[in-house]
Design a protein around this ligand. Structure first.
Ligand code: DGY
Length: 326
């Protein structure tokens, strides 16, 4: 164990260069150079050997790790906005601070939602697969017809930061109508510029949407929020887009809905049990599948790292970290 006066920080995965350099400038950093996920035992050991842990959304930090009697970690500065991988209640009980990285992922994630929407509507994945397989026989009036976006309704499940940014792009960029499901109506300054219609019940939103984009957080409360009953309520030409969390969708029910033609397609960036993706989904041509790329730009990933660093600097400087969730 180091006797360095600088707090010891374990970064569980590699970060982009600028963020790593800034982390190194402030802390005594040990980095997982292999960039392979650490085992549960390694993470538990790190909780005993470091002052701060900088995990990512794929590192599960459970109550047992947090409640170890010889724990040294004071703060878990998670690299990511979602925090369902950390037992936040246990951290609160144990007095361990937890922070995340909200705000800086908004545009990148909204861009991926639109990427998925366009790919599914215009059958871009299917088209590319056909061409690469040498099966394209040339232009013809009926080849691979997709759906136009202009005038169609994009139904957003939640109108938080990322939902709003997705709606802005769809409405102002592509002329789509915006509808949203939320428990409470959005303030006029949010809904007004989007000309957005509020649906206080999910069924109402699903019934009018040509595209449905999910923007709710993961966790026990939202697990399988989109289930067989929800797919029954969607229109048969509608397409589901998920950039939120895999667990929000009952994947078995989604596969059934796609096979039975209850919905026309799906475009997914997140999955239950990542990085494993259901072979049933992979087998379907009307599904677009991306490998959790929502926040994957150099700018965004650096900004996420900077947020982790700002939170750690604040904590070790005796201040409240700006993105404290526990
Ligand atoms: C997050 O930070 O929760 C995102 O899913 C990463 O893209």
């Amino acid at each position: 164990m180091s006797s360095s006066p600088r707090p010891r920080v374990l970064a569980t995965r590699r970060w982009p260069d600028a963020a790593e350099q800034r982390l190194d400038a402030h802390f005594d950093v040990v980095r997982n150079d292999s960039d392979v996920p650490l085992s549960r035992a390694d993470l538990a050991q790190a909780m005993r050997e470091f002052d701060a842990l900088a995990p990512t959304i794929t590192d599960r930090i459970d109550a047992e790790m947090i409640e170890q009697p010889d724990r040294r970690v004071q703060i878990i500065g998670s690299f990511g906005v979602g925090f369902e991988h950390i037992d936040v209640a246990a951290a609160k009980r144990a007095g361990v601070v937890v922070t995340n990285t909200p705000g800086v992922l908004t545009d990148a994630t909204a861009d991926i939602a639109l990427t998925l929407l366009l790919m599914a509507a215009r059958r871009a994945g299917e088209g590319e697969r056909e061409l690469r397989a040498g099966k394209w026989t040339g232009w013809r009036p009926t080849h691979m017809l997709g759906q136009a976006l202009k005038g169609k309704t994009l139904g957003l499940v939640a109108l938080g930061r990322i939902g709003q940014a997705t709606a802005e792009r769809a409405h102002h960029g592509f002329g789509m109508k915006i509808a949203y499901y939320a428990r409470r109506e959005a303030p006029a300054e949010v809904a007004g510029p989007l000309d957005a219609t509020w649906y206080p019940d999910l069924a109402g939103l699903l019934a009018v949407s040509d595209f449905v984009s999910l923007h709710i957080p993961g966790g026990a409360e939202t697990r399988h929020f989109m289930n067989a009953a929800a797919f029954d309520q969607m229109q048969s030409h509608a397409i589901l887009i998920n950039t939120a969390r895999g667990d929000v969708v009952d994947e078995a029910a989604l596969v059934a809905a796609l096979r039975e033609g209850k919905i026309a397609g799906a475009a997914l960036d997140v999955y239950q049990g990542e990085p494993n993706v259901s072979p049933d989904l992979i087998a379907l041509d009307n599904v677009v599948l991306l490998p959790h790329l929502g926040s994957a730009t150099t700018e965004t990933r650096n900004a996420m790292g900077f947020k982790v660093i700002d939170n750690l600097i604040a904590w070790f400087g005796g201040e409240t970290p700006p993105n404290r969730i526990a």
